[in-house]
Design a protein around this ligand. Structure first.
Ligand code: DLL
Length: 433
């Protein structure tokens, strides 16, 4: 089932001509209203009138998170503040947050795209959507909320935290759809087990998880523990928030990016060259309908590839492969590129450990060290020391086989790694910079 039959199934040529028209309008508009873009375009020697085909997109300069920081807070807004009805900001672990503003029409577009996304995930009017994404400056809570209302479902604005209460509400209110980060879903499963509540007795049928990288094996674990279909949703505040792309429940293979509103490109993060279709690299997105803060060739830092083959669901919009991580989260340990999600996929495949882990990178005598701290389950914890030794040797070997990196494995007690209600902190990099 589709939410917007016409736009979700536009033939390729129609998508592309719509994209070109909207791109031209966007470029004209930012040139006229945002000094930052005007200067950048001039420096690159390109005028809006020179954008004659979608290929000309490549002639435009990239926009970076750094540019948003330097224009903090409102420098990239393309409309006066009296047309902005909502402001969000990304938490940003270092420095100032990045600030984004939405016009009334932007909020409507966002709700439309989230409604589409819910339907793609198998949610409908009549569903009870338990929204455990955080409400606040983070876009997850309100983004999902407006989409759920637009869909006509009953939304429970839980936000994150208060985990025991979440489970009670889920059970008593008959929640059918859960929205939260994948790591929080596992925390909910754990807390439910402690309360003696079996997810099989709940009405949940689908979970819509995103906001952080997760692996295919993590999906299997979540589907088993929560007894639902786990759907991957992607988005970022700079572009919209949740709802930039989502997997369809029919295929669960790749996330349809809503191409009537965004133009995706994949570049080599080192050379910035646009890569041919199907190759893995950094995702760059241009918004073509946003009014408040349009983004031209925004470098997301997320690593993925584009899938252009038709999908069995009938949607014609291209898909993004599951994000394999962020280029700035990628650890370089003794010269080897390591994504946390690769280590996660090893851990999830091993019996006796839980998918609660942290990677601690440090430097000793000029050499990088990688420690993988991972929780064992209750059963393993009460076993003999020898069992634990065999287990850690096995994890070490599997990581070495997959990545070619030798790491130290530290098995820790069940529930000793801090749980997160939002995005999990997987990497602690203690190396001097
Ligand atoms: O995380 C928006 C969101 C909310 C998406 C709820 C999905 C669900 P930010 O806080 O700006 O926005 O963080 C954006 O999170 O660049 C990715 O690195 C990461 N991310 C988001 N979704 C996924 C996903 C929201 N499905 C950053 N897989 C992005 C992997 C994801 N990483």
């Amino acid at each position: 089932m589709l939410w917007n039959d016409e736009f979700e199934t536009l033939p390729r040529e129609a998508i592309e001509s719509l994209q070109l028209k909207r791109l031209q309008q966007t470029v004209q508009r930012v040139y006229a209203t945002v000094p930052f873009y005007r200067e950048r375009f001039r420096a690159a020697g390109i005028a809006p009138a020179q954008i004659k085909s979608l290929d000309d997109l490549r002639r435009l300069p990239f926009t970076l998170k750094q540019d948003m920081r330097e224009n903090y807070p409102y420098g990239l807004f393309a409309v006066p503040l009296d047309q902005i009805v909502r402001i969000h900001a990304s938490s940003g672990t270092t420095g100032k947050p990045t600030v984004v503003g939405y016009t009334r029409r932007d909020i409507e577009t966002w709700a439309e795209l989230m409604a589409r996304s819910f339907v793609a995930a198998g949610a409908h009017r009549g569903d009870v959507i338990h929204n455990a994404y955080g409400y606040g400056l983070f876009t997850g809570g309100l983004g999902a909320h407006y989409g759920a209302e637009k869909l006509g479902a009953s939304v429970i604005p839980m936000s994150g935290g208060n985990t025991k209460k979440q489970i009670m509400i889920m059970r008593d209110f008959g929640s059918t759809v859960l929205t939260c980060t994948p790591s929080y879903s596992l925390y909910l499963a754990e807390a439910a087990a402690e309360e003696g509540i079996d997810f099989r007795t709940l009405k949940l049928k689908v979970g819509i998880f995103g906001a952080e990288p997760w692996s295919e094996s993590m999906r299997q674990e979540i589907e088993e523990k929560l007894n639902l279909k786990a759907i991957d949703i992607y988005g970022l505040s700079e572009i919209l928030g949740p709802g930039v792309g989502i997997e369809c429940i029919e295929a669960q293979k790749g996330l349809h990016i809503w191409e009537d509103h965004f133009i995706p490109e994949i570049i080599d993060p080192d050379t910035c060259e646009v890569l041919p279709h199907g190759e893995q690299g950094e995702l760059v997105i241009t918004t073509i309908t946003k009014e408040g803060i349009p983004m031209i060739r925004y470098r997301t830092r997320d690593i993925t590839r584009l899938i252009s083959e038709p999908c069995i669901c009938g949607r014609t919009h291209m898909r993004l492969a599951r994000m394999s991580g962020r280029s700035d989260d990628m650890l370089i340990v003794r010269g080897v590129n390591v994504f946390p999600s690769q280590i996660e996929s090893v851990l999830v495949g091993i019996d006796g450990v839980e998918p609660h882990y942290q990677l601690i990178v440090d430097r000793e005598e000029n050499l990088d060290t990688l420690e993988v701290k991972v929780e064992v389950n209750e059963r393993t914890f009460s076993d003999e020391i020898k069992v634990m030794q065999v287990l850690s040797a096995r994890i070490q070997k599997e990581i070495k086989d997959l990545l070619g990196v030798t790491c130290k494995v530290r098995l820790v007690e069940p529930r000793s790694i801090a749980r997160s209600e939002g995005k999990a902190q997987r990497v602690i990099d203690k190396r001097p910079r």
